[in-house]
Design a protein around this ligand. Sequence first.
Ligand SMILES: [Fe+2]
Ligand SMILES: [Fe+2]
Length: 153
Amino acid sequence: MRLKPDEQHFFNSYTNKLLSEHKEIYEMQKFIQHGSTTTFEHVMAVALMSYWLSCRLPFRFKDESLLLGAILHDFYLYDWHEDDKSHRLHGFYHPRKALINAEKYFELNKVERDIIDKHMFPLTITKVPRYRESLLVSVADKIVSTKETFKRK
Ligand SMILES: [Fe+2]
Ligand SMILES: [Fe+2]
Protein backbone atom coordinates (compact mmCIF):
# COMPACT_ATOMS: atom_id res chain seq x y z
CA MET A 1 0.00 0.00 0.00
CA ARG A 2 1.75 3.12 -1.22
CA LEU A 3 0.53 6.62 -1.90
CA LYS A 4 1.55 8.42 -5.08
CA PRO A 5 3.84 11.46 -4.49
CA ASP A 6 1.00 14.01 -4.77
CA GLU A 7 -1.22 11.92 -2.49
CA GLN A 8 1.60 11.57 0.05
CA HIS A 9 2.15 15.30 -0.07
CA PHE A 10 -1.53 16.00 0.71
CA PHE A 11 -1.61 13.38 3.47
CA ASN A 12 1.56 14.73 5.12
CA SER A 13 0.63 18.37 4.91
CA TYR A 14 -2.88 17.77 6.28
CA THR A 15 -1.80 15.54 9.17
CA ASN A 16 1.25 17.67 10.09
CA LYS A 17 -0.86 20.81 10.29
CA LEU A 18 -3.56 19.05 12.31
CA LEU A 19 -1.05 17.58 14.77
CA SER A 20 0.76 20.89 15.22
CA GLU A 21 -2.51 22.67 16.03
CA HIS A 22 -4.06 19.93 18.15
CA LYS A 23 -1.57 18.40 20.55
CA GLU A 24 -4.42 16.60 22.34
CA ILE A 25 -4.36 14.05 19.52
CA TYR A 26 -1.05 12.82 20.96
CA GLU A 27 -2.94 11.73 24.09
CA MET A 28 -3.77 8.59 22.13
CA GLN A 29 -0.08 7.60 22.39
CA LYS A 30 -0.72 6.69 26.03
CA PHE A 31 -3.06 3.80 25.27
CA ILE A 32 -2.67 0.41 23.63
CA GLN A 33 -5.14 -0.50 20.92
CA HIS A 34 -4.24 -3.97 19.65
CA GLY A 35 -1.17 -6.06 20.46
CA SER A 36 1.67 -3.56 20.89
CA THR A 37 0.09 -0.85 18.74
CA THR A 38 -0.89 2.40 20.46
CA THR A 39 -4.22 4.03 19.71
CA PHE A 40 -2.31 6.92 18.10
CA GLU A 41 -0.49 4.56 15.71
CA HIS A 42 -3.78 2.79 15.04
CA VAL A 43 -5.75 5.91 14.09
CA MET A 44 -2.93 7.19 11.87
CA ALA A 45 -2.82 3.80 10.11
CA VAL A 46 -6.62 3.91 9.64
CA ALA A 47 -6.34 7.45 8.24
CA LEU A 48 -3.67 6.32 5.77
CA MET A 49 -5.63 3.21 4.74
CA SER A 50 -8.86 5.22 4.33
CA TYR A 51 -7.13 7.82 2.20
CA TRP A 52 -5.29 5.24 0.10
CA LEU A 53 -8.59 3.45 -0.60
CA SER A 54 -10.38 6.72 -1.37
CA CYS A 55 -7.77 7.57 -4.01
CA ARG A 56 -8.37 4.23 -5.70
CA LEU A 57 -12.15 4.14 -5.71
CA PRO A 58 -14.20 5.69 -8.51
CA PHE A 59 -16.07 8.10 -6.20
CA ARG A 60 -15.27 11.50 -4.86
CA PHE A 61 -14.60 11.78 -1.16
CA LYS A 62 -14.30 14.77 1.15
CA ASP A 63 -10.64 14.12 1.88
CA GLU A 64 -10.21 16.48 4.82
CA SER A 65 -13.30 15.16 6.60
CA LEU A 66 -12.23 11.61 5.81
CA LEU A 67 -8.83 12.18 7.44
CA LEU A 68 -10.14 14.11 10.44
CA GLY A 69 -12.87 11.55 11.14
CA ALA A 70 -10.40 8.67 10.78
CA ILE A 71 -7.88 10.31 13.14
CA LEU A 72 -10.57 10.97 15.77
CA HIS A 73 -12.56 7.74 15.39
CA ASP A 74 -10.98 6.16 18.51
CA PHE A 75 -10.38 9.36 20.50
CA TYR A 76 -11.90 7.87 23.66
CA LEU A 77 -8.71 8.03 25.80
CA TYR A 78 -8.71 5.04 28.12
CA ASP A 79 -7.18 1.58 28.09
CA TRP A 80 -10.04 -0.73 27.23
CA HIS A 81 -8.00 -3.75 28.36
CA GLU A 82 -8.16 -2.53 31.98
CA ASP A 83 -10.85 -4.25 33.97
CA ASP A 84 -13.11 -1.36 34.81
CA LYS A 85 -16.89 -1.31 34.96
CA SER A 86 -17.10 1.62 32.59
CA HIS A 87 -15.12 -0.27 29.94
CA ARG A 88 -17.64 -3.08 29.61
CA LEU A 89 -19.10 -3.43 26.18
CA HIS A 90 -16.28 -1.24 24.90
CA GLY A 91 -17.07 -2.23 21.31
CA PHE A 92 -20.56 -0.80 21.56
CA TYR A 93 -19.98 2.37 23.52
CA HIS A 94 -16.56 3.73 22.60
CA PRO A 95 -17.64 5.45 19.36
CA ARG A 96 -19.97 7.73 21.34
CA LYS A 97 -17.27 8.39 23.94
CA ALA A 98 -14.81 9.27 21.18
CA LEU A 99 -17.35 11.63 19.62
CA ILE A 100 -18.09 13.43 22.88
CA ASN A 101 -14.34 13.85 23.49
CA ALA A 102 -13.65 15.02 19.96
CA GLU A 103 -16.37 17.65 20.17
CA LYS A 104 -14.58 19.24 23.14
CA TYR A 105 -11.71 20.19 20.84
CA PHE A 106 -13.12 20.31 17.31
CA GLU A 107 -16.06 21.84 15.48
CA LEU A 108 -17.05 18.76 13.55
CA ASN A 109 -19.29 18.67 10.52
CA LYS A 110 -21.96 16.00 9.98
CA VAL A 111 -19.69 13.75 7.92
CA GLU A 112 -16.94 13.79 10.56
CA ARG A 113 -19.45 13.09 13.35
CA ASP A 114 -20.93 10.22 11.36
CA ILE A 115 -17.49 8.70 10.72
CA ILE A 116 -16.73 8.58 14.45
CA ASP A 117 -20.17 7.52 15.65
CA LYS A 118 -20.77 4.77 13.08
CA HIS A 119 -17.31 3.23 12.69
CA MET A 120 -18.17 0.02 14.57
CA PHE A 121 -20.94 -0.91 12.14
CA PRO A 122 -22.14 -3.69 11.80
CA LEU A 123 -21.46 -4.46 15.50
CA THR A 124 -23.54 -1.40 16.33
CA ILE A 125 -26.28 -2.58 13.99
CA THR A 126 -28.55 0.43 14.47
CA LYS A 127 -25.80 2.88 13.52
CA VAL A 128 -25.56 2.50 9.77
CA PRO A 129 -22.92 4.72 8.11
CA ARG A 130 -24.68 7.52 6.29
CA TYR A 131 -21.88 8.83 4.08
CA ARG A 132 -19.37 7.07 1.87
CA GLU A 133 -16.61 8.55 4.08
CA SER A 134 -18.08 6.81 7.14
CA LEU A 135 -18.40 3.49 5.37
CA LEU A 136 -14.82 3.73 4.11
CA VAL A 137 -13.35 4.44 7.56
CA SER A 138 -15.38 1.57 9.01
CA VAL A 139 -13.88 -0.80 6.40
CA ALA A 140 -10.34 0.60 6.82
CA ASP A 141 -10.61 0.23 10.62
CA LYS A 142 -11.43 -3.46 10.26
CA ILE A 143 -8.56 -4.12 7.85
CA VAL A 144 -6.04 -2.26 10.03
CA SER A 145 -7.32 -3.79 13.31
CA THR A 146 -7.04 -7.30 11.89
CA LYS A 147 -3.46 -6.63 10.77
CA GLU A 148 -2.52 -5.20 14.17
CA THR A 149 -4.05 -8.09 16.08
CA PHE A 150 -2.12 -10.70 14.11
CA LYS A 151 1.10 -8.73 13.67
CA ARG A 152 4.17 -10.54 14.93
CA LYS A 153 6.66 -8.58 16.94
FE1 LIG B 1 -12.98 1.92 17.44
FE1 LIG C 1 -10.31 1.79 15.38
